[in-house]
Design a protein around this ligand. Sequence first.
Ligand SMILES: C[S@@+](CC[C@H](N)C(=O)[O-])C[C@H]1O[C@@H](n2cnc3c(N)ncnc32)[C@H](O)[C@@H]1O
Length: 512
Amino acid sequence: MPKKETRPSKDLYRELRLVPWLRLWQEEVPRYLASSPEEKIQRVALIRAIGAGFSEADQPTLKEPVRQWLLSLLQDPAEKVRRYAMTALPKIGAGRAEERQLLTLLSKTSADREKKFLGKALEKIGGHATLDLIRTQGSSLPHLNEQRAKANLARQQKPSTIRLTTPFSDIALLRLHLRCRTGLEPILSDEIKALGTQFRIMEIRPGLLTLAPTSPFTLEQLYSLRTFSTASFLLGTLPKSTSLIEPLANLIASPLSRSLFQTFTDGPIRYRFEFVAKGHQRGAVLQIVQRAYTLCPDLLNDSREAPWAIEVHPSPIGDFVELRPRISPDPRFPYRQQDVPAASHPPLAAAMARLAGPFPEEVVWDPFCGSALELIERVRLTGVRRILGTDLSPDAIQAARANWSAAHFPGISAEFVPRDFREFEKITGFGPSSISLLITNPPLGKRVPIPNLRGLFDELFAVAAIALRPGGRMVWINPLKIKPPASSLRLEFQQTVDLGGFTCRLELLRKR
Ligand SMILES: C[S@@+](CC[C@H](N)C(=O)[O-])C[C@H]1O[C@@H](n2cnc3c(N)ncnc32)[C@H](O)[C@@H]1O
């Protein structure tokens, strides 16, 4: 966004952003073109509004005319108009022609402010030509940085990806950090043990398990664990010193970091850098990544679409510096084709499924199934014969059906019914004692207030007591510390779990 914008220009920009983009393009732009040079300066905010609104407007066929218009504005005699055009151009996805024009302008202008804005635009869209210029003219160009230009070029030429199936062998001192929702540590720890001896658990802290691999491993093996939220490699622990620039840069460019990057990246190595709990810290970050680049010019800091993140996590024993693959979408949950507004956190759904444990000829019901994550995660653990999902919302049922079909479990009978859970007994083929597992993340009353949540759960307990067969289980998220009547369901497991800013109880009840 252009700085030092005058107040009226800012106000006009806000006004224009409220107007549908197409109308701006079809009505305001022609009016702008027909206006006098003074009026053009007064209405310069239109250029910004066209650039900022373009991607939201979803008008791909207009990209070329918009691009041509912005390019023509780079020739405007008024410096302010040119400046607004150079800020808007990167927003519409500019390329080589724009780079050439910006570089021509840069060679002509002597105005510092214009140079600064040209530098900023080239920082976003610059490629080969910009890199050549930096290499020949060096630091005389404000806001142009070799690392950024190389990262741009790398991003444009080959989008890098994370290799899931290449083994990493340099495991001697390697430590992995698996983060999970606080409270899920015992379930994650059981899951790691159930995988075999591939990873040894070294330490368990709230929300964080430290592992050591016992033999070469692939990310595919690591991502066969489903109950962690994020996985990263520990590059080191920071000393409590005054300047962190040198220690951080050394860790980023360390032999361990390079080895991990090289093994697991297909394409140029780009990473974003973040202090997880300390805000942006732009100045410090720039110095750190610049120093790391000097130490190892193959590692490019890039905040856009980078396949890696290097993160500094606070810790009482010295902050952890971690290297995290950014694999999106999460390869563990490819079946998530459709979503609902209150969908469960997928690793939590996986943890609930594990907590349920096995049961012969399992018949599972999720009365508040939403997008069906708990049901699908339970089916993945085998032993399930039949599932039922009910939800009041037809959209949720549609999402559940789409996800179930993407999960592809051909031999298992599945029904998704748009119903209130209280109508369970009216669903053909189900009745008293027909269910072996009721698994659910119910409405928690957080996003959508529920008038009588306690009453709803009393009814849920009553329906569960009828639907479950003797010995059948109910695994659910209890937001109210509410208890079932002692005569019907017995509490077997309870753990307070962080649900992302608030806590609930994860419980396992069994029908007497
Ligand atoms: C927290 S969401 C469930 C999310 C789900 N586990 C998932 O992963 O997508 C709760 C769901 O309960 C549904 N719901 C609320 N009241 C209901 C009722 N009386 N009977 C059935 N479904 C209900 C809502 O439509 C919502 O989809």
